[in-house]
Each structure stands twice: as structure tokens, then as C-alpha cells.
Design a binder for this molecule. Structure first.
Ligand code: SER
Length: 336
């Protein structure tokens, strides 16, 4: 099998580190990374080349690289983006468009569809009220696409941009001999929880923050109400879903964008399960109105039947499995 040339942007983030490790474990990839920061030790030895700096200025460098697959993970997450919305737009939208244009150019010029994997988010959904959220079933991809955050607007728009560059760029699909276009595939992730790393800048971060604080014996004040409910997923399942979607034959995909879910918990259920594992944990609630408002607008659960049908998506960890088979054993390894 020939070696696949892979680019991971935002490689220093949680998904980036876990993805670089899993690609290395599977073998067959030459990994190039980019990020504002230098590579952490966890992946330094796994990467052939690291391009450090602002993606908006670095993207042009990548016109000279022959990537088979691009995992574009660099982003300013939902809570951070509300602190500096225009800066977030620049990173989330302008940065994505630069890379899409590069991948589209290379696909056409070399007549090879570059795969472009894009992590989107439950932030693309916007439920207008808590009542609407409580009454909504698990949301489907085309429902409630009315985001209330800059991050959600950015992700939704970039899904559309990906569809454009992958199908209609310059209306060349109507040519007699249409050129190869990039192969865009997006996943809408719930809150992700890793046992190895901590999130930063997101609004679903209270889940992992609560757990890691308990494991370290630190008190934690949760920034949303006890009844706040979101879908969550273990990081290994997120990586599995990215790679399953990457490997799926294009003919089996009926869409560019897929929900993926695993389990849904309220903050109180998170706390109860955390207490069961760490009986000494001190967890209180101190809701932050802005972050609470964001969580109230996100769905409690997602319908991922499209992913299950098209590419056999199935998470390994439900709520019990997440705690018993993933998070707690990893914490015991780490902290004893
Ligand atoms: N975890 C992300 C956030 O909270 C959602 O995609 O911003």
C-alpha cells in the first residue's frame, strides 16, 4: 500500500494529538502538521514536518505539498469565539477557505480528489428556547440550523463552503469534461471528552473539566446548571468516526455532513457518575449566563442514523462504557 500524505491543522489540540497518534498506530501515513504552537511531546516524534504559524499566512505553503487527505482541525471554539467574534471568524472561516481553495486547486490540477475532513459541531444547531430544546427529539442534520454563536455560524457556513468547493466550484461541474474536485466530508461532533488531554475554549468543557478535576482531587464549580443536557462522546470514538468517514467509499455517502453521537447526559448525571467514581469529589454549580445560554441553544441529543446507514457508524462507548471502560481505567493508569 502506498503511503498516504496527510495534513493535520490545529494538530496541538485535543483531536489533533489523538488523531496523529492513531494514524501512527495504524501506519501507512506521512503526517505533516500545522498549528500556532510548537508540537507537544505527545506527538513530536510522530510527525514528519511541522509548519508553525498562523494558518492564514501558512496555507500558501501547502500548495507545494501532495496531500491525499487533509484533516482541518484548527478552530477557535465556541466560548473563546464569543470573546473575540471577528478574530474567530478569521480563523474559522478565512482559514478554512484558504485550505479549501488550495485543496480544490490541487485536485483539479493533478486530477486527484483530495479528501478534506472537517470537524463541525452541535454548535450549528440553535434551539430558540429551553422549551423547544426539551421538546425536540434527537435532532437531524437539516433541523434547527439556526446557530446562536459565532463558532456555530462559522461551522455551518464552512460546511456549505465545503459542499461548494467539492461540487460546484466555478460551476465547472457543468463543463463537458468536469475537473476533479476536492472530496469534502464533515462530522458534527458532540462534546468530546479525552482522558489524555484537557479542552480549552469550548462550551461543553464542563464535562471533561469536572472529571479531570475529580481525578486530580480538585474542587470544581460547574459553569452550567445541573439540568443542562448535551450529547457527549469519548475521544477514541471521535477519532474512529473521522477515520471511518475518511475510509468510506464516496459512492456510499448520501451527504457531505454527518451527525455522530454516543450518549447524552445532564450536568447532574455527569456529577453523579463522577461521584460514584471519585466519592471525595467536590462539585458545585455556578452557572455562567452566557455559557449557559449557549448550552440551552444546543440540542440534548443528535440523530446519527444517516452516519449509521451510510458508513456503519457505531460508537464503542455508551455512557457506562465511557466511564467504566475508557475514562476511569485511564485515570487509574495516570493517577493511581
Ligand atoms: N466542544 C465544542 C465547544 O464547546 C462544540 O463543538 O465549543
Amino acid at each position: 500500500m502506498s503511503v498516504q500524505q496527510a495534513l493535520i491543522t490545529g494538530a496541538c489540540g485535543e483531536i489533533g494529538q489523538a488523531l496523529a497518534q492513531e494514524l501512527t498506530r495504524r501506519g501507512g501515513h506521512r503526517i505533516v502538521t500545522s498549528d500556532l504552537a510548537p508540537l507537544p511531546d505527545s506527538i513530536k516524534g510522530l510527525v514528519a514536518e511541522h509548519v508553525q504559524g498562523d494558518l492564514l499566512f501558512q496555507a500558501k505553503v501547502f500548495y507545494d505539498y501532495d496531500f491525499d487527505v487533509i484533516f482541518h482541525l484548527a478552530a477557535s471554539l465556541s466560548s473563546k469565539a464569543e470573546q473575540a467574534p471577528e478574530a474567530a471568524h478569521r480563523i474559522n472561516v478565512d482559514g478554512t477557505m484558504q485550505l479549501l481553495a488550495m485543496a480544490a486547486y490541487r485536485s483539479e490540477k493533478y486530477n486527484k480528489r483530495v479528501k478534506f475532513l472537517f470537524p463541525s459541531s452541535i454548535a450549528v444547531y440553535g434551539l430558540p428556547s429551553l422549551e423547544a430544546k426539551q421538546n425536540a427529539e434527537a435532532v437531524k442534520e437539516n433541523e434547527w440550523n439556526d446557530p446562536r454563536t459565532m463558532y456555530g455560524c462559522n461551522k455551518l457556513y464552512c460546511e456549505k463552503l465545503g459542499g461548494y468547493y467539492g461540487g460546484f466550484y466555478g460551476q465547472k461541474h457543468l463543463n463537458d469534461n468536469p475537473p476533479a474536485m476536492l472530496d469534502f466530508r464533515a462530522l458534527r461532533f458532540p462534546g468530546l471528552v479525552s482522558a489524555a488531554t484537557m479542552p480549552s475554549g469550548g462550551t461543553s468543557d464542563y464535562g471533561p473539566e469536572m472529571l479531570h478535576a475529580a481525578a486530580k482531587g480538585e474542587a470544581y464549580a460547574c459553569f452550567v446548571r445541573a439540568d443542562a443536557r448535551l450529547p457527549f462522546m469519548a475521544m477514541p470514538d471521535a477519532i474512529q468516526s473521522i477515520l471511518d468517514l475518511t475510509d468510506a467509499p464516496r459512492e456510499s455517502l448520501t451527504a457531505n455532513v454527518y451527525n455522530v453521537g454516543a450518549f447524552s447526559l445532564s450536568a447532574e448525571e455527569f456529577r453523579q457518575r463522577t461521584l460514584r467514581a471519585f466519592p471525595q469529589a467536590q462539585i458545585s454549580f455556578a452557572p455562567n449566563p452566557q455559557r449557559q445560554g449557549i448550552v440551552d441553544s444546543w440540542p440534548a441529543d443528535v440523530d446519527d442514523s444517516r452516519a449509521r446507514r451510510d458508513w456503519n457508524w457505531s460508537p464503542r462507548y455508551d455512557a457506562d462504557g465511557f466511564f467504566d471502560d475508557y475514562f476511569l481505567p485511564k485515570m487509574r493508569e495516570k493517577y493511581g
